[in-house]
Design a protein around this ligand. Structure first.
Ligand code: PLP
Ligand code: MN
Length: 377
């Protein structure tokens, strides 16, 4: 490599420098908001007796995971075996893959990870159980297993308590290489129901289904010590249920424009936007400005990112550009101005970047790699 050329791979900002020096498009974490969210959610959950197991898929950052554990999380959730590996390699000793996997190489990776950390995983079919058991057996390790119950998302998870029992028996039959930890019952779609009453109704129904399933398993002599679920939209409901033991919130520390559209119950803390895209104005015209980040800097599955600067809104977004427009009597932006946007959806936005720039006010306090970026396997 030509060493005279500046290294674009390094963090786009230097610790101690002003946020105005950050190369763009970049992701900024407002540490005051991040810490507020971390403490608010952990405090709420911990007063109920349930424990937080933060979902690391939201941020894919070892630095953030360590802060979550320092703030009381028992470990992290991941969605992929390779993602779990990143966190185990970083020294996190309790990792749950809150998802189903299938494939010999994946099962083997999970089984090997169990040499270094407590590993748990979800299943909803005997094919997965057989494969994970075989990998654990050949690697001489032990993996904790949760049977996933579909509580309304219509994604993974067995549909009935009877199916859950059948799988739980299968898991138990592979002792000591598999151990039955319990049930995962994550209501994904309920997270984004806009009204607090809608979310409450959905979680109430989930709790009923989980209770029936627990009773069936216990009646068969199986022990259910863990019930896992909950996300940023519903965490207080699962935590206070007396049934859920682990709450796997992910977005809560970062937040996004989509989650901000949820209406909260009166006594719920309003979480703050901690994640921002920072862009530079590269072209201006009448009542319009063009930013240097587009679809490769912001995921748009939950809509366009939203502008923080009052009077400005996003008009369109393409590969490398976002076009923003001003209301009638707003001061024009100049070429070189930097503006903040709130991503529509935090998880896939973070996955587009290599770095998170953590700022306190206007000063860069830390730079965090997106450690598990690309860990898709
Ligand atoms: N658990 C599972 C299985 C998930 O798929 C997700 C997110 O989609 C979460 C927990 C965390 O949800 P959130 O980021 O909404 O807090
Ligand atoms: Mn998400």
């Amino acid at each position: 490599m030509n060493t005279e050329l500046p290294d674009w791979r390094k963090a786009p900002g230097e610790v101690g420098s002003s946020i105005s020096s950050v190369d763009t498009p970049a992701l900024i974490i407002d540490l005051d908001a991040f810490e507020f969210n971390l403490t608010s959610v952990h405090d709420r959950v911990q007063t109920t007796g349930a424990r937080v197991r933060s979902h690391a898929k939201a941020h894919k950052s070892v630095d953030i995971a360590k802060r979550q554990i320092a703030a009381g999380a028992i470990g992290v959730c991941c969605q992929k075996a390779s993602e779990a590996q990143v966190f185990v390699e970083a020294g996190i000793h309790d990792v749950m893959i809150s998802n189903e996997i299938f494939g010999k190489s994946k099962a083997d990776r999970v089984a090997k990870l169990a040499r270094y950390a407590k590993i748990s995983i979800c299943v909803d079919a005997v094919e997965q159980i057989d494969q994970i058991a075989a990998a654990a057996q050949s690697n001489q390790t032990s993996i904790a297993v949760l049977v996933e119950l579909d509580v309304g998302q219509g994604r993974c998870g067995v549909k009935t308590p009877e199916e859950a029992l059948r799988l739980a028996r299968s898991v138990a039959s592979y002792s000591p290489h598999l151990s039955l930890a319990g049930i995962q019952a994550y209501g994904g779609s309920a997270q984004h129901f806009r009204l607090a009453e809608q979310r409450r109704a959905a979680v109430t129904a989930s709790i009923e289904k989980v209770k029936t399933t627990i009773a069936l398993l216990q009646g068969d002599g199986l022990k259910v010590s863990t019930v896992a679920g909950g996300g940023t939209g519903t965490y207080e409901l699962e935590a206070s249920s007396g049934i859920y033991t682990e709450i796997q919130t992910g977005s809560y520390v970062l937040m996004d424009a989509d989650y901000a559209r949820n209406t909260l119950a009166n006594d719920s803390p309003t979480l703050r936007h901690a994640l921002f895209g920072l862009c530079t104005v590269i072209s201006v015209s009448e009542k319009q400005a063009v930013l240097d980040g587009g679809l490769k800097a912001f995921a748009t599955d939950s809509g366009h990112p939203t502008m923080v600067l009052p009077g400005w809104s996003v008009k369109s977004i393409s590969d490398e550009h976002t076009v923003i427009v001003a209301e009638a009597d707003v001061e024009p932006l100049q070429i070189g101005d930097k503006v903040r946007l709130i991503p529509g959806h935090c998880d896939p936005t973070v996955n587009l970047h290599n770095w998170l720039i953590a700022v306190r006010g206007q000063i860069i306090e830390e730079t965090w790699p997106v450690s598990a970026r690309g860990a898709l396997f």
